[in-house]
Design a protein around this ligand. Structure first.
Ligand code: FPP
Length: 244
């Protein structure tokens, strides 16, 4: 059965999950961390090579100060508690987004956890933090412009492959499957470049109640899809045949 090599997830609905239960929004985020734990373990067991989670968007900074602080503190605690579990499962931690905007203690924890897991050879877990795809593309473009201005890169050399090496995601392949929870059917500035050919899967439940059965349903659904990458089916089948 075909498994996505790279699964990306927009974990949405923590706030609504909490509000529906008369709880503060942060209780939804706390419950959301439990789902993260289960999903990470399941992906390792299933053999997913890359898992990318949208944990904090560049737009999330506009939320009330208390919620932003609580989310940052949850993240730091997660990294602190989970390093051993990550290593036990062979997971390597990676980050995309504008790290310069994150609080010092979170950056320190991220650096520490990335260094501690750098030699792990299993699944690559990428957290998108202070991440916005347009911001990522603009930052990449600036670096390209700087390299061109400095004579390190010729304008004619800039093609899709070269451009991709300037993105935060330079070291990871594009996602094959995107899951978004909470019933919203949009991409919300997540991996706009990288999702060009991804299969999209929307699930109505809120992130805190998303579980491994629902994840497996998404993987089953993906396995039944026919990906053509703009080619016609026969050409794609032939290409697959030749690649074996
Ligand atoms: C969306 O729900 C979720 C977030 C903005 C944050 C996701 C963060 C976590 C699950 C916890 C920390 C992450 C890790 C990797 C440890 P929302 O608040 O937008 O929900 P709403 O749309 O119902 O308001």
């Amino acid at each position: 059965m075909e498994l996505p090599q790279h699964l990306a997830i927009i974990m949405d609905g923590n706030g609504r999950w909490a509000q529906a239960r008369g709880l503060p929004r942060i209780a939804g985020h706390q419950q959301g961390v439990r789902t993260v734990r289960e999903v990470v373990k399941y992906c390792v067991a299933a053999g997913i090579a890359y898992l990318t989670l949208y944990a904090f968007s560049s737009e999330n900074w506009r939320r009330p100060k208390e919620e932003v602080e609580a989310l940052m503190s949850l993240l730091a605690t997660y990294l602190d508690n989970e390093t051993e579990l990550l290593t036990r499962n062979g997971i390597r931690l990676n980050v995309i987004g504008d790290m310069t905007k994150l609080p010092d203690n979170v950056v320190t924890m991220l650096r520490k956890t990335m260094a501690a897991t750098a030699t792990n050879g299993g699944m690559v877990l990428t957290l998108a933090l202070s991440y916005g795809a347009r911001d990522e593309i603009v930052r990449a473009t600036r670096r390209i412009a700087a390299d061109v201005a400095a004579g390190r890169l010729a304008v004619e050399q800039v093609d899709e492959d070269v451009f991709a090496t300037y993105l935060d995601s330079a070291d990871i392949p594009s996602p094959d499957l995107l899951i978004r929870t909470s019933g919203e059917m949009r991409i919300s500035n997540f991996l706009l470049w990288q999702l060009a050919y991804a299969e999209l899967y929307f699930c109505s439940c809120y992130w805190p109640e998303f579980d491994v059965e629902q994840l497996q349903s998404a993987l089953d659904d993906y396995a039944g899809r026919c990906r053509r990458f703009g080619a016609i089916e026969a050409a794609r089948a032939e290409e697959k045949e030749n690649s074996h």
